[in-house]
Design a protein around this ligand. Structure first.
Ligand code: NAD
Ligand code: GLY
Length: 376
């Protein structure tokens, strides 16, 4: 068992990572339950793991009613939030109780937000089942739903009481979802850990192939990085946590252009966005061309898009920058960009000229011979 603390004063908690942990979750959760039931909120694709989790809780004497929601990003909205909070109130959930979010980022974000407002705040536990959720969204307390105006625009910072990560649940995850989550793993190397990026270049293929040692190592190293960053800047006010948005501004434009749909998953948008952030930095002479080329090559080798062509985005620069203007990071008419001085040397730049970004995007190739994304 690897235990990584997230140090946030009286909101501190542990992230526990262990193969097969779902089947032993009851032992870990018994001290928190204190004889009270623990509702499990999940989605239909995760049902098999919900069953095992319920059995483990029952063996530890914890009652657990299950609420199974529809899979997909649409679940993260007002309608389901209302259904979910009504059900939790009907179940008699009290403020000191713990609700379990078992699923990917959609379930984690929705349940976390529901728990931030239920009776003005009750406890919740994250049991993430996608690679993206295990290395990113389950840690750090960002919770949200989507609205007509955009993604994640209604939300709260609400930290979980515990995060339980069982890397083996990734065995049932579709390969494309695994690759999309891997983009967030690569992100930690690119932000400030060049040795980890080199590790990804060497071991990424094994991780994507299901190697349990590579998988567990990458999850633990990513969670350590996230815990350090969140511990330093919980509410993204000091500039440190903003580094976690590497690739997200370019990626957001691509996701918006593809309608936030299965045409481009969030992690895939982040991958293409990171490649574009490095390419833009190189075009400005900020970052060596070789570093930008290394980033693109590794993403491509991992079956991830490395730019507009691979993401099948044909829109012009002005249209894409138009999407960026709806980014919630816009402040006072300017949009901060995460740029790079090299691999592992990312920084926040508040002086980027959007017309220049549009011209850069216009110059990017729109067609690429032999593109096979998404693969499989
Ligand atoms: P997701 O939750 O939609 O899961 C992806 C798909 O995999 C879904 O169809 C789901 O049903 C299925 N699935 C999940 N676990 C499975 C398993 N073990 N086996 C088989 N199928 C499984 O998507 P995601 O990529 O995990 O998360 C994306 C969401 O996370 C977005 O809404 C994004 O905004 C949010 N996010 C939040 C944060 C944060 O800090 N809170 C960070 C990044 C992303
Ligand atoms: N996923 C970005 C953050 O947690 O800040």
């Amino acid at each position: 068992m690897t235990t990584i603390p997230v140090s946030l004063g009286d909101r501190s908690y542990d992230v526990r990572i262990e193969r097969g942990l779902i089947d032993r979750a009851g032992e870990a959760l018994a001290p928190l339950s204190r004889g009270r039931p623990m509702p499990i909120i999940t989605d239909a694709n995760v049902a098999i793991h919900a069953e095992r989790l319920g059995e483990s809780l029952a063996a530890a004497g914890i009652a657990s009613e299950r609420i199974v929601l529809a899979p997909g990003e649409r679940t993260k909205g007002w309608d389901t939030l209302e259904v979910l909070t009504d059900r939790l109130l009907d179940m008699g959930v009290e403020r000191s109780d713990h609700v379990i979010a078992l699923g990917g980022g959609v379930i984690g974000d929705l349940v976390g937000f529901a728990c931030s407002i239920l009776k003005r705040g009750c406890n919740f536990i994250q049991v993430p089942t996608t690679l993206l959720a295990q290395v990113d969204s389950s840690v750090g307390g960002k919770t949200a739903i989507n609205t007509r105006a955009g993604k994640n625009l209604i939300g709260a910072f609400h930290q979980p009481a515990l995060v339980l990560i069982d890397p083996d649940v990734l065995d049932s995850l579709p390969a494309r979802e695994l690759r999309a989550g891997y983009a967030e793993v690569v992100k930690y190397g690119l932000i400030d850990d060049p040795d980890f990026f080199a590790w990804c270049e060497e071991h990424g293929a094994a991780l994507l192939d299901g190697d349990p040692v590579a998988r567990q190592y990458a999850i633990a190293r990513s969670v350590r990085a996230k815990a350090r960053i969140v511990g330093a800047d919980e509410r993204e006010t000091a500039g440190t946590r903003a580094l976690l948005n590497l690739g997200h501004t370019f990626g957001h434009a691509l996701e918006a252009e593809t309608g936030f749909s299965d045409r481009l998953l969030h992690g895939e948008g982040v991958a293409a966005g990171m490649a574009l952030a490095f390419a833009y930095s190189a075009s400005k002479g900020l970052c060596p061309d070789e570093d930008a080329a290394r980033v693109a090559a590794h993403l491509r080798a991992s079956g991830l898009p490395d730019g507009l062509a691979a993401a099948h985005v044909h829109a012009d620069g002005e249209t894409l920058v138009g999407h960026m203007l709806h980014d919630k990071k816009m402040t006072g008419g300017t949009l901060p960009f995460l740029l790079a001085r090299g691999i592992g040397r990312t920084y926040l730049d508040k002086t980027v000229d959007l017309a220049d970004v549009a011209a850069f995007l216009d110059a990017q190739p729109r067609t690429l011979e032999g593109v096979t994304f998404p693969a499989g």
